[in-house]
Design a protein around this ligand. Structure first.
Ligand SMILES: Cc1cc2nc3c(=O)[nH]c(=O)nc-3n(C[C@H](O)[C@H](O)[C@H](O)COP(=O)(O)OP(=O)(O)OC[C@H]3O[C@@H](n4cnc5c(N)ncnc54)[C@H](O)[C@@H]3O)c2cc1C
Length: 475
């Protein structure tokens, strides 16, 4: 059977249809229309401060992307970028404020441990934990969680004390080994954290990883997904901000501050015309590793900021959408309940239901592949990736590969999410320097605060507060 996939980004069309003229001046210019830029504008609007967003691509949302597939007369929706929000993510509050439809899930996932598949089919989490671990392992896990819960308040306290800060200098792997946990518990911790960090546990420091573990404490945080995809969120923010205040296809190339005026040079990539806009403040949300490569900043950023940027690292993600007939959902639906997400610790990464809210004849299984495996796929051709995934599925769910109708791949090369290597941390002095405004330039985006969308949103809250304070002090 031959099926044709028509891949269209809904917002891609919307962006082209509604061209917004860039004004000559605005109070605040925001560079980038990802979650951080959109949230900055949303909060500035609440504060009654004028803004304009310049976005390089035709797409509003940055790494938030929901793909619309038309297949066999059906419309299928699946996220090719960010997926879910943990309960403590400030995005959840905004999503609720905007009254957007959410689906909710518990923190624990099905997982492959010591080569054995463990499906989360129990009614409650304690029942599942009792299946995963024996009594000794459960006790060790509880002790570990206690250690972590005592450390977290110390990590987030400002200023962080010197002893706690030292945890940045030991890898998360070495720190977990020092806790003398049973092998199976240590493996559960490794697999749960590596997919969040998008990298292997020896590559990042214990300090940041321990703070990430907050989502697993107690019974764990609930996770949320927006029904029918995350672009519903960025669409709703766009509506609140006003589409006329966002200009797409505009590449910012230079930011110059003189006295109390910032001049932003940008290139209209559809006409190749270079233009300028003036502002009192400029917020950039460009992932930091790209900022210096793409934008000239004058006067240049402090030495410390440059050092902070050059010593950051990153996590790698590769996404695959796998199309199967809905009858194949028996592979992941057990007794009427989904056992997904499944942390496979293999080339399949984390298996999600790609379109859980759609009762369609074709279903999408979404794979979030992380770390070295993602980097490997980033450098392979499509045929190689397809063959590896088919073989891996056959080992994981015998018979599943015959059900596959098609696949689509989404690469996030060279860097998908922010990371801090051993020796660095988002809680250290260099990271504080990144967050210090300089020459009316404010750095936002997830790379300035954290690994995930929570970092993007928290950065937006920070810069809006800093701008409000600067206005109060008439800086
Ligand atoms: C595959 C994948 C899955 C993920 N899953 C999750 C998840 O489940 N949960 C979670 O919380 N987070 C997740 N994340 C992370 C989350 O997507 C990001 O943290 C968040 O979207 C970052 O938003 P941002 O606005 O900081 O950056 P971006 O979304 O990258 O926005 C930056 C914007 O700046 C624009 N830009 C760049 N250069 C210029 C220029 N010179 N001029 C003008 N504009 C420019 C870019 O085009 C982009 O639109 C995931 C990320 C990926 C890649």
């Amino acid at each position: 059977m031959i099926h044709t996939l028509f891949v269209t980004g809904m917002l891609f069309l919307i962006s082209f249809q509604s061209f917004s003229k860039v004004p000559d001046r605005s109070d605040v210019v925001i560079v980038g229309a990802g979650l951080s830029g959109l949230t900055t504008a949303y909060e500035l609007k609440k504060a009654g401060i004028k803004y304009h967003i310049l976005e390089l691509t035709p797409h509003i949302g940055g790494r938030v992307r929901t793909v619309t597939y038309k297949m066999n007369g059906e419309t299928l929706l699946a996220d090719s970028g960010m997926e879910e929000y943990w309960e403590s993510n400030p995005a959840v509050k905004i999503i609720k404020e905007l009254k957007l439809p959410l689906r909710e899930d518990v923190a624990m996932s099905s997982i492959v441990l010591e080569g054995k598949k463990n499906e989360f089919i129990e009614d409650t989490q304690p029942q599942y934990v009792a299946k995963l671990f024996n009594e000794e392992e459960r006790k060790a896990l509880e002790t570990f969680k206690k250690t972590v819960s005592e450390l977290i308040p110390k990590i987030v306290k400002e200023p962080i004390d010197i002893e706690t800060l030292k945890l940045k200098d030991i890898s998360f792997e070495d720190w977990v080994k020092k806790q003398n946990l049973p092998k199976k518990v240590a493996e559960w911790i490794r697999i749960s954290v590596e997919c969040e960090a998008g990298t292997e546990w020896n590559a990042f420091g214990a300090l940041d990883a321990i703070e990430e573990l907050a989502i697993f404490l107690g019974d764990g945080e609930r996770s949320f997904r927006i029904i029918n995809g995350n672009e519903i969120f960025t669409n709703a923010l766009t509506k609140k901000i006003g589409r006329e205040n966002i200009s797409t296809n505009q590449r910012v190339t230079k930011i110059t501050t003189k006295d109390d005026v910032v001049t932003i040079n940008y290139l209209d990539v559809t006409t190749n015309q270079s233009k300028t806009i003036k502002a009192s403040h400029v917020v950039t949300t460009i992932p930091l590793f790209r900022l210096n490569m793409e934008v000239q900043i004058s006067p240049s950023m402090s030495e410390k900021k440059l050092e902070a940027i050059s010593t950051q690292t990153y996590g790698s993600y590769f996404k695959a959408h796998i199309f199967v007939p809905s009858s194949a959902s028996t592979f992941w639906n057990k007794n009427g309940d989904s056992i997904l997400p499944f942390l496979t610790d293999s080339e399949l990464g984390v298996i999600y239901d790609g379109n859980p809210d759609q009762k369609t004849k074709i279903k999408i299984v979404s794979l979030l592949i992380t770390g070295e495996r993602a980097e490997g796929f980033n450098f392979m051709n499509q045929d190689q990736v397809r063959e590896i995934l088919k073989r891996s599925f056959e080992r994981f769910w015998p018979g599943f590969s015959k059900e596959i109708i098609g696949m689509e791949f989404y690469r996030y090369h060279p860097r998908a999410i922010a990371g801090w290597p051993v020796g660095r941390s988002r809680f250290d002095e260099l990271s504080n320097e990144i967050r210090r405004p300089e020459n009316r330039l404010y750095l936002a985006g997830d790379f300035t605060e954290g690994t995930h969308s929570s970092g993007a949103i928290n950065a937006a809250f920070r810069v809006v507060k800093q701008i409000k304070d600067a206005k109060k002090n008439k800086k």
